[in-house]
Design a protein around this ligand. Structure first.
Ligand SMILES: Nc1ncnc2c1ncn2[C@@H]1O[C@H](COP(=O)(O)OP(=O)(O)OP(=O)(O)O)[C@@H](O)[C@H]1O
Ligand SMILES: [Mg+2]
Length: 227
């Protein structure tokens, strides 16, 4: 049996053999406002609270305080000092490092993460978002360097969620081929209502159901409707 990480999204683990295989690198893909950050945060929050895991959320788009405030509004209590959930604000680093050479940024990013891995030993990692990381890293050989990044993430021996913006076209550098799993969040307009749907587009080593399932958020819990 493959050890798996539960998403704690009601209905979802049941349709994918109980969860995401540990050590996977999973893309969370969706257009702006499709609750990518919220669902990623919910997954790690509940794994910390209910499964005794440790998690690191790396926020490159939003400051840590604004993210924590948003998540507070959804019912997720802010992490305390000794919490097993840590939010790393690379926005600050981002501001300070604009003058550094291009190579340096990704090196420093990796160093940061490795350092936290040895001190805090997290087993779940969220990077919000991959396009911002790519932009900051200014890869010269994007396909090659992205491949290296995915390999590096796998070597960390953690389960990683990479948040990715959906842009309509195909992905810039083959991220979809590199990832072990892709969870797609989609907005659909039905008459005047706009509803959210979730689909597991791919999940290696997993017998998962296909299809788009309505995604709802209620009383601090995400849930998919699978009839
Ligand atoms: N308490 C809440 N309950 C339900 N939905 C909420 C709540 N608070 C915010 N939302 C919805 O969640 C959306 C934002 O979620 P989130 O920031 O996770 O999305 P995102 O996909 O990460 O967005 P972005 O593209 O800006 O990064 C808001 O636009 C709002 O529609
Ligand atoms: Mg977001």
């Amino acid at each position: 049996m493959i050890p798996r990480v539960k998403t704690f999204v009601r209905g979802l683990d049941e349709i994918m053999d109980g969860g995401i295989p540990e050590g996977s690198v999973v893309l969370l893909l969706g257009k702006p406002g499709t609750m990518k950050s919220s669902i990623a945060y919910s997954i790690i929050y509940k794994n910390v609270e209910e499964a005794g895991r440790k998690a690191l959320y790396v926020s490159l788009e939003q400051s840590a305080s604004s993210l924590i405030e948003n998540m507070g509004g959804m019912g997720f209590a802010p992490p305390g000092v000794d919490s097993n959930l840590s939010v790393l604000d690379l926005g600050l680093l981002r501001k300070k490092m604009t003058q550094l050479t291009q190579q340096a940024w990704i090196e420093i990013f990796r160093m940061y993460i490795l350092n936290l891995k040895s001190n805090f030993n997290f087993d779940l990692l969220v990077i919000d978002s991959l396009p911002v990381l790519e932009m900051l890293a200014k890869f010269k050989e994007p396909r090659d360097e992205l491949f290296q990044l995915f390999e590096w993430l796998r070597d960390l021996k953690v389960t990683t969620f990479l948040i990715h913006e959906e842009t309509g076209g195909s992905m810039s550098y083959g991220e979809d081929f590199l990832a072990d799993g892709i969870i797609h969040l989609d907005l659909r307009r039905e008459m005047n209502a706009v509803n959210l749907f979730l689909s597991i587009m791919k999940m290696r080593r997993t017998n998962h159901r296909r299809g788009y399932f309505p995604l709802i958020f209620e009383h601090g819990n995400f849930e998919i409707v699978t009839d």
